[in-house]
Write a protein that binds this ligand. Structure first.
Ligand code: HPA
Length: 239
C-alpha cells in the first residue's frame, strides 16, 4: 500500500490498463472484466482488478498531466511489481487528415517540459514505447479490422491544455514528426524505461486542432468502443 493506493500488492495485476478519467476506467471494468472488484479508491482514482479470458488485469485512473500519471505509474512498477502499463485516453490531432475517432498507437512521446530532470534526462526529450507492445497493438488492430483507422506515430506530451499569450506553434511539433497531443505519455514511457518495465499508449482522437472538429461527450462515450475492443484483443494476445 502507498499514500495514493490502498490496494494490497496481490490485488494489483502484472498488467495495468490506465485511463485519465477514473470513470472511463470503471466503464471498461464493467464492460470487459469478469469477476472484477474495486481494489482502490483513494482520491477517487478508482482501480478495479478482474479477468479478461483468465488473464488477470487491473484497470485504474491516472488523472491529468505527467505529474499525476507519474505518481501512480511509479508506484505500480516499483511497489506493486507491475510489468506492463497501457495508457488509454484521448488526444488532439495535429494533422488535418487524421479523423475524429481514429486510433493512435504512440510509438514515441516528446515533451519540451523538464519532467525528465527527475530521472536524469534533459529537457526536450523523446522516449520510445516498448517495441514489442507496439507490434502487439498493431496486430490486435489488424485482427479487428481497425488498421485503416489506426495510426502509429509520435505524440506530444504537453504541459498545457489551455494557454494565453503563448503560441504553441503546431508546425514546430509536426515538422519533427509529431501527429497528436496529450499530456501524460512521456512521463509513463520515461518511468517504464528507468525501471526496466514496459509501457504503451493507445489513444482515440477526440479533437482535431487544425480543422477544429470536436467530439461531444456522448459521442466520446460511444466512439471509444473501438479503443476498448483493441485493448481487450491486445490483452488476449498477451497470453
Ligand atoms: N491537448 C492536450 N490533451 C488533449 C487534447 C488537447 O488538445 N485533446 C485531448 N487530450
Amino acid at each position: 500500500m502507498t499514500a495514493h493506493n490502498e490496494a494490497k500488492k496481490e490485488e494489483i495485476a502484472k498488467i495495468v490498463l490506465m485511463a485519465g478519467d477514473p470513470l472511463r476506467a470503471k466503464k471498461f471494468a464493467i464492460e470487459y472484466l469478469k469477476n472484477y472488484k474495486l481494489v482502490n479508491s483513494v482520491r477517487g482514482m478508482l482501480t478495479f482488478t478482474g479477468y479478461i479470458n483468465n488473464i488477470k488485469v487491473t484497470v485504474m485512473g491516472h488523472g491529468m498531466g505527467m505529474e499525476s500519471i507519474g505518481i501512480y505509474a511509479y508506484e505500480l512498477y516499483k511497489f506493486y511489481d507491475v510489468d506492463i502499463i497501457i495508457r488509454f485516453g484521448s488526444c488532439g490531432s495535429y494533422i488535418k487528415e487524421i479523423n475524429l475517432f481514429d486510433l493512435i498507437i504512440a510509438d514515441q512521446a516528446y515533451t519540451e517540459s523538464n519532467y525528465g530532470l527527475g530521472f536524469n534526462k534533459e529537457k526536450k526529450d523523446t522516449i520510445k514505447a516498448s517495441s514489442d507492445l507496439i507490434l502487439k497493438a498493431k496486430k490486435a488492430s489488424e485482427e479487428l479490422n481497425l488498421i485503416k483507422k489506426t495510426k502509429i506515430g509520435k505524440i506530444h506530451s504537453s504541459m498545457w491544455f489551455y494557454t494565453e499569450g503563448y503560441d504553441k506553434g503546431i508546425s514546430n511539433y509536426t515538422k519533427n514528426g509529431v501527429i497528436a497531443v496529450e499530456m501524460e505519455s512521456y512521463a509513463l514511457y520515461l518511468i517504464a524505461k528507468t525501471l526496466n518495465k514496459k509501457a504503451l499508449t493507445i489513444l482515440t482522437v477526440s479533437d482535431n486542432l487544425i480543422t477544429k472538429q470536436e467530439t461531444t461527450a456522448f459521442e466520446r462515450q460511444e466512439g471509444f468502443i473501438d479503443m476498448f475492443k483493441l485493448l481487450e484483443k491486445f490483452v488476449i494476445n498477451l497470453s
